[in-house]
Ligand binder design. Structure first.
Ligand code: SAH
Ligand code: SF4
Ligand code: F3S
Length: 473
């Protein structure tokens, strides 16, 4: 079968990254191979996000670009998938007649059939059916990148929480968990292909298995922890209201579980939390963090924040700043509240002017910047274990492609900090000693968003079988 080229533009969260892999995986059987070159593609898919207005605009502006490409190449198949596709459905084909296929978040496994029909009869198809069960649960044979060390695996779909600002329950459907056997099998397949770290994905992994009567999320983690060849486990996202003692205790006993939790709080004010329908209070959140820190003292804690939720007063915003100061987060994402027409808060009164939202975002990020700087500084002089992910992006290689004496590599600490280091020559000679391995690094300094350091004597001795000298970064 002659291979056809597929270009996929992924916008949005890690779930979309995973879904993109699934799309490429199911279309492989029809002869489609991924390309980075949009001009040469036979089919272009945009996997969209609608979490904020900006994300939605990004999808439509990319589709605008595709209109021009399709005008000179009418054979091009244009597909729109993901959350905007789910939200807008047929309206997309009406607004953009050059779009051949609109498929929602539950239609990925029906892609081969739909694409085959389009190839044969150039028809236009819209499939945004949502179902309450996961129709295809078994692992798809995905095309991983060469030397891919880390991978996402979805453990559950959808969300039942209906936070008032959020579109996810509307575009991803009801919360549904995958069977643990399929999850384990999928991770094993990835480990055989070289993956060493897996991030388990769900909108609220804490309620994993509840509806279906499968095992709990803590039990699932224990099963994953037993997979041979896997070095690290991460998960996201955990909802504070459902953070169970069982899950907290896994941080004390599972050696592969990374010492990091992303626990989005959104706001530090109880009234705002109530109107967001988050179902926890500032105090109960802080109490959960205290339990996490008591179980795992070096756990890194990150969070998401929304500034300028309808009706948010200056005093309520101050409560958010105060929470950030109290917790001393290792990292955070902050967003200006964005109206989503299908979400409940779109109808709330007292919308906050854009300018105020911008000022609040700026103040929040400035506060966090100071905290980050102190945290990074405190790491200097410490030895941290990293999982090496590959060469740093701007690696120098000379004209023959032979790495220079010192080549810059990067990895991640258990706490999810990126660390760069100069790979010693003796390790560069054998690639299997670098990418995908665990190494101890002495942290020597900090950039704005990452750290740098050098390989310790101990790691050098273990890897080369000799006493090996350390090499300065
Ligand atoms: N399931 C996760 C969040 C998924 S969405 C959770 O419950 O925490 C990722 C983040 O986007 C959210 O944590 C929130 O901070 C942000 N977000 C969601 N809807 C938003 C909106 N309408 N405006 C601004 N930010 C939003
Ligand atoms: Fe959205 Fe809330 Fe569900 Fe997270 S828990 S996806 S914020 S509705
Ligand atoms: Fe966006 Fe959909 Fe993820 S709206 S954040 S791609 S679940």
């Amino acid at each position: 079968m002659k291979s056809k080229l597929l270009y996929i533009n992924t916008i949005g969260c890690q779930m979309n990254v995973y879904d993109t892999e699934q799309m490429a995986g199911v279309l492989f059987s029809l002869g489609y191979r991924l390309t980075d070159d949009i001009e040469s593609a036979d089919m272009v898919i945009v996997n969209t996000c609608t979490i904020r207005e900006k994300a939605e605009q990004k999808a439509f502006s990319f589709l605008g670009r595709l209109a021009k490409i399709k005008a000179v190449k009418p054979s091009l198949i244009v597909g729109v998938g993901g959350c905007v596709a789910q939200q807008e459905g047929e309206a997309i084909t009406r607004r953009m007649p050059y779009v051949d296929l609109v498929f929602g978040t539950h239609a990925i496994f029906r892609l081969p059939e739909m694409v085959r029909r389009i190839e044969h009869s150039r028809c236009r198809i819209v499939d945004v059916r949502l179902s309450d069960v996961i129709e295809v649960n078994k692992p798809v044979d995905v095309q991983l990148n060469e030397n891919q060390v880390s991978s996402f695996v979805t453990v559950m779909r959808g969300c039942d929480n209906y936070c008032t600002y959020c579109v996810v329950p509307h575009v991803r459907g009801r919360e549904t968990s995958r069977h643990p056997d399929h999850i384990i099998e999928e991770i094993r397949i990835r480990v055989e292909k070289g993956v060493r770290e897996v991030t388990l994905l769900g909108q609220n992994v804490n309620s994993y298995g509840g509806k279906e009567g499968l095992c709990s999320f803590a039990e699932l983690l224990k099963k994953v922890n037993r997979i041979k060849g896997l070095d690290r486990i991460r998960f996201t996202t955990s909802h504070p209201k459902d953070l169970s003692d069982d899950l907290v205790s896994t941080f004390g006993c599972l050696e592969k579980l990374c010492h990091h939790i992303h626990l989005p709080v959104q706001s530090g004010d109880d009234d705002i939390l109530k109107r967001m329908n988050r179902k926890y209070s500032r105090d109960s959140y802080l109490e959960k963090l205290a339990r996490l820190r008591a179980t795992c003292p070096d756990i890194a804690i990150t969070s998401d924040f929304i500034v300028g939720f309808p009706g948010e007063t200056d005093r309520q915003f101050q409560a958010t700043l105060d929470l950030i100061e109290t917790v001393q987060y290792d990292g955070l994402f902050a967003f200006m509240y964005s109206d989503r027409p299908i979400a409940q808060a779109a109808a709330f009164s007292d919308k906050i002017p854009n300018l105020v939202k911008k000022e609040r975002l700026k103040a929040l990020l400035e506060l966090q910047e100071g905290i980050r700087r102190n945290k990074y500084q405190a790491m200097v002089g410490q030895v941290r274990e990293i999982l090496v992910e590959g060469p740093s992006r701007h690696i120098n290689t000379n004209a023959n492609g032979v790495p220079p004496a010192q080549a810059r590599y990067r990895g991640r600490t258990s706490s999810n900090h990126i660390v760069h280091f100069n790979a010693p020559n003796s390790l560069l000679k054998k690639k299997e000693l670098l990418t995908g391995t665990l190494m101890d690094i002495m942290i020597e300094g900090a950039y704005a968003h990452s750290l740098w350091g050098r390989v310790t004597q101990k790691t050098m001795a273990e890897k080369t079988g000799k006493g090996g000298a350390t090499i300065a970064a």
